[in-house]
Design a protein around this ligand. Structure first.
Ligand code: TYM
Length: 332
């Protein structure tokens, strides 16, 4: 069976609808037919300051949301990045393979460092995509399921794999980005030309997995729509309505055209009310299950320890081969 690997940053108390539709939903499907590795990139999270106690809580909350969303530890290897030191070790080698210009072209770095001011941004923010390449390549996956915004980082991983193979001999599998058709890019409800993100300007634009039913309904009701009254999918002219239609489609597994057809002659308000019902029906049970899982943190930690042991077995093998190829002297 082919292998896939992916992860989501534990940098908020809740995953958001973009994480869910762009990533988690597909992971859950994939674990049925792939050898699947899903991890929590806590080392990536500290590229911007995290309160230590909060980080620990958020890692557990992210793990609980993975499981509540449908990941099954019998099928998938679920683990925390910092539990597998090979990530940092291979990360350094990837950093040494990467050109300054190549790293400077990463759009996520440009966005995030612009927000902080170029001099205030940490160096970790700059080297982050090289750590991500290590995350991926350690496990020799065939595919990396991510939303559209992570495509460039997966491309960098491909380039670094090819470069390493060329320089030191065939070592890494060159992975494919696996980007879903529906849900690859969910937009902010208040600002529907910007992607939905934890750093949203207004919390009202962000639908969280852990929101109450009331919060969900309120956020969808106050979502920015567009001039005119017609319900149709038109990203350029009607980004707000189009985003609502994309969410509807991704959550119900129905084509956008069919939903548009159903809403002909009806108003934005109808679409919003019914979409809120769809979202609550999907996310409500995940939220409740997450809360349940969080009542037993020791059990969660034990599951993560088992996952880390499985991950290390694979990562250790790749790293040993890499250390040898690079020319490091054996330690014993
Ligand atoms: P992160 O934590 O920002 O996002 C996690 C996943 O959610 C997807 N996503 C979205 N999809 C659709 N619409 C949106 N608005 C939206 N926002 C986020 C992302 O594409 C991603 O799939 N660098 C990664 C984490 C990472 C990783 C890895 C991923 C670290 N190492 C190795 C894959 C493989 C990140 O920050 O994702």
């Amino acid at each position: 069976t082919e292998r896939v690997l992916s992860g989501m940053q534990p940098s908020a108390d809740s995953l958001h609808l973009g994480n869910y539709l762009g990533a988690l939903v597909n992971w859950v499907k994939m674990q049925e037919r792939y050898d699947a590795f899903f991890f929590i990139p806590d080392m990536h999270a500290i590229t911007v300051h995290q309160d230590p106690a909060e980080l620990r809580t958020r890692v557990r909350r992210t793990a609980a949301q993975y499981l509540a969303g449908g990941l099954d530890v019998e099928r998938s290897t679920v683990f925390v990045q910092s539990h597998v030191p090979e990530h940092a070790q291979l990360g350094w080698i990837m950093t040494c393979l990467t050109g300054m210009g190549e790293a400077a072209r990463m759009t996520q770095f440009k966005d995030k460092s612009a927000k902080q001011g170029a001099d205030a941004a940490g160096v970790g923010l700059f080297t982050y995509p090289m750590l991500q390449a290590a995350d991926i390549l350690l496990y020799q996956p065939h595919g990396v399921p991510v939303g559209q915004d992570q495509k460039q980082h997966v491309e960098l991983s491909r380039n670094l794999a090819q470069r390493f193979n060329h320089r030191y001999g065939e070592t890494f599998r060159v992975p494919q980005p696996l980007i879903p058709e529906a849900g690859a890019r969910i937009y902010d409800l208040q600002n529907p030309t910007a992607k939905m993100s934890k750093s949203a300007a207004s919390p009202a634009g962000l639908l969280n997995l852990m929101d109450t039913d009331k919060q969900i309904a309120k956020k969808i009701k106050s979502a920015v729509t567009d001039d005119g009254a017609e319900i149709r999918f038109d990203q350029a002219e009607k980004p707000g309505v189009s985003n609502l239609l994309s969410i509807y489609s991704a959550l119900t597994d129905r084509p956008v055209a069919e939903i548009v057809e159903e809403y002909q002659g009806r108003m934005y308000g109808h679409l919003k009310v019914e979409l809120a019902e769809v979202v609550v029906a999907k996310l409500g049970p995940i939220r409740d299950r997450t809360e349940e899982l969080l009542e037993d943190p020791a059990q969660l930690d034990a599951l993560l320890a088992t996952g880390a042991a499985k991950a290390r077995a694979v990562a250790g093998e790749t790293l040993a081969e890499v250390y040898d190829k690079v020319g490091f002297l054996p330690a014993s």
